[in-house]
Design a protein. Sequence first.
Length: 80
Amino acid sequence: PPPPPPPPAALLDEPELYAIYRGTVSNVMEFGCFVKLQGFRADKEGLVHVSAIAPGQVRSASEVVKRNDEVWVKVLSLSG
């Protein structure tokens, strides 16, 4: 028989400041996009401002990302 699958990776409780996480774009607004972080026990979602989405000038987040895109994000601040 094949070997058993590896155990699932442990889920995290809280994001760490300045850490980088994989996430999914949950909503796109003109001023930025909301990203739901993957790998956490509870839903963790944050805003990526349009000025931080890509190098250079971006007028609207929809120029660069769309809903359900998988992205990497760096946590720059925490609230709540």
